[in-house]
Write a protein of this length. Structure first.
Length: 408
């Protein structure tokens, strides 16, 4: 018997138009004092005022921290925690983009276990359960509402750092597509491309076997039967609606598809993990200060082409989920058509096609490859192994826009 699966998810996932109105009822199940983390922009909206009023009407007192910054600088987490400590929250609610959700996770961690955030960098460093986290995303991309990871920026380190632990998975995820209706086209595109990259890298990740201790030793364990299910759902939904949502932000059906796609992608990669596109993005993002979703999407076609010889069948199945006609195509032909379709889709929504276009200096190609290769938790998930010369060739091909060259 080779069928194997593992999955770690929130206790409760609510999805659909208007589900934000359930937040107060969900919160009341977990206590009477909520630390609410969001950014200044969303805190100034009428929707936010309605959410706060709903919590108070449900007898949940609220302490609002509305200064979440992009990429969550590590020092800002401590500021939030110190401000809220005397309030003694029973739960933490994150409302906003991925940074708001990640800060909520980190705040709940420090309130629960103390110490410094640096004490928890890496995998399985969180010693036990944290305060309940309720995550309500207002963008459709990171999947942080269902994942065991929080990503932050630490000025003492070149790259962003992650805290990965099943204890960081939110207790509840409340996903209301209406909250994404005001996202501008560029943010919709970058977030959606991030979600599609999550799904494809999770579906094409290495399959590591059926050992009983695998999920106990690793947060991200490679592809399994259940992560595949969520990944293919995400690919289908994003394939049919991401371009529509970018063209017309008022298209409610497209917005719902994209948000469900981001959620499903999070359900997939939160256990399976991601791979080389994410590994290369870490140093690229550090150098160019470009959005994470843009960087991973720029890399994805090149990484897929590099992986094609080792994951031909999986990439062909990605194409089928995107809606490509199989007809008489072989797996190899279908896989190549799939990579072309991803490149076409990303070009249509404005994703930068090369690392040069992201602003990577030519003299940093080798440096980028060296740092990317060192991110073992991602590289070990890639279906085709890397050595340093192979990684340098991949980064150079992505810099030049040489898709064919990335397969060598």
């Amino acid at each position: 018997m080779t069928l194997f699966a593992a999955l770690r998810l929130p206790r409760e996932i609510l999805f659909g138009k208007g589900q934000r109105h359930a937040l107060s009822t969900v919160a009341a199940k977990h206590g009477r004092r909520a630390l609410l983390c969001t950014d200044e922009r969303f805190a100034g909206t009428a929707v936010f005022s309605e959410i706060v009023a709903g919590l108070k009407a449900s007898s949940v007192e609220v302490f609002v921290h509305d200064r979440v910054q992009p990429d969550v600088p590590v020092d800002t987490v401590g500021v939030c925690v110190e401000e809220a400590r005397s309030f003694r929250p029973d739960m933490v609610i994150g409302i906003g983009g991925g940074s708001c959700l990640d800060l909520a996770k980190c705040a709940a961690l420090l309130i629960s276990h103390g110490g410094k955030l640096q004490d928890y960098y890496g995998e399985f460093k969180v010693p036990g359960p944290i305060l309940p986290v309720i995550a309500a995303p207002t963008t459709a991309g990171t999947g942080s509402e269902v994942t065991p990871v929080a990503v932050i920026s630490d000025s003492d380190r070149i790259l962003k750092v992650g805290i990965s632990s099943p204890h960081l998975i939110p207790t509840a995820a409340i996903c209301d597509p209406e909250l994404t209706m005001t996202c501008p086209p560029s943010l919709t595109a970058i977030a959606g491309a991030d979600a599609l990259t999550h799904a494809i890298e999770a579906f094409t990740a290495v399959r590591r076997g059926v050992a009983s201790d695998l999920p106990q030793k690793h947060v991200f364990i490679g592809k399994t039967a259940l992560t595949d299910h969520f990944a293919l759902l995400a690919i289908k939904l994003l394939g049919r609606s991401l371009e529509k949502a970018c063209r017309d932000g008022t298209d409610e059906d497209a917005r719902a598809d994209v948000m469900m796609g981001a959620l499903a992608a999070g359900c997939a990669f939160g256990t399976a993990g991601t791979a080389a596109a994410h590994a290369v993005q870490y140093p690229i993002g550090a150098l160019t200060h470009t959005p994470h979703g843009l960087g991973v999407a720029t890399m994805l076609p090149y990484v897929m082409n590099y992986n094609c010889s080792a994951a031909t069948i999986e990439i062909a199945k990605v194409g089928a989920a995107l809606g490509l006609e199989r007809s008489s195509r072989s797996d190899g032909e279908m896989a190549r058509a799939t990579i072309e379709e991803i490149s076409r889709m990303f070009a249509a929504i404005g994703i930068t096609p090369t690392l040069a276009g992201l602003g990577l200096p030519a003299d940093k190609i080798d440096w980028t490859a060296e740092l990317a290769l060192g991110i073992d938790r991602l590289i070990k998930n890639n279906p085709r192994p890397f050595d340093l010369p192979a990684m340098k060739r991949l980064v150079k091909a992505a810099y030049d826009g040489d898709l064919a060259g990335s397969a060598i």
